[in-house]
Design a protein around this ligand. Structure first.
Ligand SMILES: [Cu+2]
Length: 469
């Protein structure tokens, strides 16, 4: 508590200006590197409550953690270690990635507007790296663009970044050295800066996650780093459903959800049950009164978004990317469409070449959600996960916001499935059978002639001679 008071006194005495001046001679005075904590698990760790400086409600990182820091004078010191990591994407599949301090994404860095931060970055990768503090307003030489604003950090070396957190908001960090490879390998993290006034923009729960994607062939462990668009694992924080943490919320809490997009495409993030307000972008907070309502918010590549809502309606509310291919796991995009095809005749023929072949997809693919199929080692079913009413037939960028009455103020333990009040669940009609629908008279005749088969060899004749060779 003594530290807290003296620190506040310092800042009230024009600390921000003094801090600016001291940046000029901002060489590390301590001889020792701060500890670099390592996390070995992919489960959500408890948020880190501030023990010095202004109070704030710390963020909760889905399947992640917050990087501890130490105070050195008036500097908040962090230590990131860039290194190869093993990350469980969901139970049943591990990926060999690159990340920070034992995980991909790296730990969330959290601070307060006005903080002087000193971030040590040790490179334990087999190649150069550099860290860019995406969205932060800082001196050019601290911007982390290898070759442009600093020397790259060679393997085995530690570099120091020093800057003042000039504004509150939602930021990210990621490499700016061999960027394509290092991002495809999972190197990224969240950076949250809280307002200096503890009452400003305060919420009761503040969740963060990054959107990232990998292309990992079934049975292999290392992402294909040259893939540009056709990824097969769409992640929140290097996890896929059903491996992604739920967002556990107490009914009545004010909730914020922040996310940043470091994939190669946009993601319309959709939440059920609420019309939330978009309150933050990459550029900062929206001025009070200008937040706009949405039920889906699109986040472009390189952008961050924050939305807020009052958790007044309990339930299990889905939160997911609305691109339906992004809520699938390990999907082969070359699988043929068999909807409407009678597989009875072809199946025996295929089984002669591929014993055990199972005809799938002629009535849709939903059956894959409940089927136990032998999979190659180290991959995940395309659609999976079970709820209280059966298989969810989902994967990828999908999770659940669990709003419950009566939870503790900062209790993030999974409360299980929602117990719906009697008579509030969609139910089966058991009354009179469905009457025959009345159709327009012409329709019966037309169904028989909806398509005609064309022999491709005779195609030029059939289409009147276009494009024949
Ligand atoms: Cu998406």
């Amino acid at each position: 508590m003594v530290t807290k008071i003296s620190r506040r006194g310092f800042l009230e005495a024009g600390g921000l200006v003094l801090a600016g001046a001291s940046m000029v001679s901002g060489r590390v005075q301590a001889a020792s590197l701060p500890e670099a904590p390592i996390m070995t698990e992919a489960t959500m760790q408890a948020p880190l409550y501030p023990n010095v400086g202004p109070d704030y409600q710390p963020v909760v990182t889905l399947n992640g953690w917050t990087l501890p820091w130490r105070m050195n004078g008036d500097w908040k010191e962090f230590h990131l270690v860039a290194e190869p990591v093993v990350r469980e994407l969901a139970p049943g599949m591990k990926a060999h990635l690159w990340g920070y301090n034992g995980q991909s994404p790296g730990p969330t860095i959290e601070g307060v507007e006005g903080d002087k931060v000193r971030i040590f970055v040790t490179n334990k990768l087999p190649e150069n790296t550099a860290v860019h503090w995406h969205g932060q307003l800082l001196p050019n030489g601290m911007d982390g663009v290898g070759g442009l604003t600093q020397r790259h950090i060679p393997p085995g070396k530690t570099f120091v970044y020093e800057f003042i957190l000039r504004k509150s908001g939602t930021f990210m960090y990621h490499p700016h050295s061999d960027e394509m490879v290092q991002m495809a390998m999972g190197m990224m993290g969240f950076f949250v800066v809280h307002p200096r006034d503890p009452a400003e923009r305060r919420v009761d729960r503040d969740f963060v996650f990054l959107l990232n994607a990998f292309d990992i062939e079934a049975g292999s462990y290392v992402p294909k780093v040259n893939t540009m668009l056709d990824f097969n694992l769409w992640c929140f924080n290097s996890r896929v459903f059903p491996g992604i943490d739920s967002l556990v919320v107490r009914q009545g809490d004010k909730v914020r959800v922040r996310f940043g997009n470091l994939t190669m495409t946009n993601h319309p993030i959709h939440m059920h049950g609420y019309d939330f307000k978009v309150t933050g972008t990459d550029g900062g907070w929206l001025p009070e009164g200008t937040a706009w309502p949405e039920v889906s918010v699109d986040v472009a590549v390189g952008q961050m978004r924050a939305f807020e809502f009052m958790a007044d309606v309990p339930g299990d509310w889905a939160l997911h990317c609305h691109k339906s291919h992004h809520t699938m796991n390990a999907m082969g995009h070359n699988v043929r469409t068999y909807i409407g095809v009678n597989m009875k005749r072809t199946t025996p023929a295929i089984r002669r070449i591929a014993p055990g072949y199972m005809p799938m997809g002629s009535a849709g693919m939903g059956e894959m959600g409940s089927m136990e199929m032998p999979l190659p080692e180290n991959t995940l079913p395309m659609m999976t996960g079970h709820g209280q009413f059966g298989p969810l037939e989902m994967g990828g960028m999908f999770t659940v916001v669990k709003v419950r009455p009566g939870l503790g103020p900062n209790d993030y333990n999974d409360p299980g499935w929602y117990k719906h009040p009697e008579g509030t669940v969609a139910y089966e009609w058991t009354g009179d059978p469905l009457p025959e629908p009345r159709r327009a008279p012409a329709s019966a005749k037309r169904t028989a002639a909806e398509f005609r088969a064309v022999d491709p060899r005779k195609r030029s004749r059939a289409t009147g001679g276009h494009g024949s060779h």
